[in-house]
Design a protein around this ligand. Sequence first.
Ligand code: BGC
Length: 749
Amino acid sequence: MTSEQIQTLLADMSLQEKIGQLIQLTGVFYAGEGMATGPMSEMGLTREQVDMAGSVLSSVGAARLKNIQKTYMEKQPHHIPLLFMADVINGFRTVFPIPLAQGCSFDPELSREMARVSAREAARTGLHATFSPMVDLVRDARWGRVMESTGEDPYLNGLFGSAMIRGYQGENVGEKDRIAACVKHFAGYGAPMGGREYNQVELSERTLRQDYMPSYRQGVEAGAELVMTSFNTLGRVPATANRELMQDILRGEWGFEGVLISDWAAIRELLAHGIAADRDEAAYLALRAGVDIDMMTDVYANHLERQIREGKIPMEWLDASVLRILNLKNKLGLFEHPCKDADEAYDGAADIEPAHRAFARKAAPETFVLLKNDGILPLPTAPTERVRNIAFVGPYVDEKRICGSWSLFYNMEENVTIQEALEQARTLTVPVSWAKGCQVLDYGQERDGFRDHVKNTCGREELEAMEAEAVRVAREADVVVMPMGEHHEYTGEGSARTEIGIPEHQMELFRRVYAVNPNIVVVSFSGRPLDLREVSRKARAVLQVWFPGTEGGHAIVDTLFGETEPGGRLSMSFPYNVGQVPVYYSELPTGRPHLDGAADGRCVSRYIDAPNKPLYVFGYGMGYTTFSYSPVTLSRGDMVMGKKAAEGSALTAAVTLTNTGSRPGTEVVQLYIRDMAGSVARPVRELKGFQRVTLGPGESRQVCFDITEEMLRFYRLDMSYGAEPGQFMAYIGSDSDTQNGASFSLRQE
Ligand code: BGC
């Protein structure tokens, strides 16, 4: 449709029809042939209102969505197509590692490709848009949703978010196999106080702008078609009613013209937040903030019409929202092709596309982070004198739930477990055995998930027998690989934890195994950084595999046996203990800084019962070879403000990287900058660049980074954005703790 046609359509729509476009309901409202009356009356909606609703969430299946589209378009006076959305977060039928793991790849292009594959699978099932990427900055491992973010660094999150958007939307979202992306959750959702889900967020304007806003903004600049409001308050105003955030910043400053959707029931929650006295006021506040779609409440459906008729809410607010929604449907090509790429054949396909599977297997090891290795890894594929046999002992040995809590649409049977991968590994001649030892969940433990209900149904005796068998198997082996960790339903939304270790019943198994065989390699599954103190002290190697997705078993076996190396580096610090949280690398210096181990007296900034540093710092991770770095050299010692690069406003920092080991390997070379003195305190380090460099044994290469004035900009004392003259340090190394640095200055001409 042309924009004139859209305008004509809008002008011709009735008030009820317009309001209908703002309503989003789940598939249960469209259950079976007819309409489900239960949910309708529970929510206080009428049949006519549901008939008029403009979008549907969380319903998939080409045949089903085609049917809904046809039935409901016919009912609507102007036959406007519905928009189908769902949470396609780290895959659809083919599931990839969770976003936090993806961040650890330090390879945004890998995530772009994952998003492209996910879009293809989702589009074929009839979806038009995904609620992804989540670009919230996360620094508190207690919060369950850290798994959905790419981590604690604004620069990294911005790169990953925009790469995912490109992967979903391509050049033109109307093209085949493309879906619209939604940047969420605007704003600051990743900083709930105490890590407790949905809790208030308190960020200064400066911290918000400096650290939390850039990834949302980059998402908007990358062309995301939608943005979702967050559940939290920010500065005591819930985001969903926050006009300053939505109108002044998102639409005004950043020029966002797409659709702004509330999070699930967030408009109604304005009452619970205590900023709306009733639903009329909630409707008024949300629409005034510019929230276009009301996800899963009756507030817009039942509380806009009268207020508009009475002139309390201007018709222009409604028209602007409807226009944005119609424009999105038009961009997707839905007026011409209401079912877009929905394809029953693809839906019913017996198998995952082989190319998608192969990619998932190759990609997952890039997200695995080797936290410790005393040389025991990689394991030999054939028996050796020291390793005559290997036991796999732990609850994740044959676990199919390895996709993370936001994987809603995969077929569990298609996931590859570690045990299956071992059984299929033809090149493996070293004898392997396995025993679970326990369940991922503790005795009797159960929990509701978004997909299903999970429960440990084993009896006590059964569990005791499992443990005894595991200890026996471990005793007889030369090496014990222990796949263990959190249940994915203890991560994700609504899964904040105050203890963030491996579950205690699994630690008991670990201790019993350790007592009979200390040659342990822990394979750690989790959706958040865990307190791994005990396992990292006792185990000989620790491989962090997060929730690796469909091909998890293959990817883990490939990595353990050295077919591939673990390619990940931490995109979120692993705390020493929960008391340190939030702990992140780019903190501000204090007036009384303390270096772990230094004897600097009583009144310094430190804990007296724990180090300041996390157990594993941001950027850290090992491969199967070793690298050395030459000292940093700079092409010049100073940069001049306001000049063109060629005239001296940029410099190059370089190191020579050498593979000092006996295997080829890939290093993630990281550039950090510190501004030594600014008009406001500046972080002790900020990631400004990175490169993945692959070298053969003994090979060396010069690795260069351009440092530009732009990289030195920040929100200055007066809140203007720019660089300030002064001294800086450029560090290049293998993690955020590197001391390999050189000094330069930025000066006025
Ligand atoms: C989550 C969103 C999600 C939405 C729809 C909410 O509970 O916060 O991230 O997209 O549900 O499923």
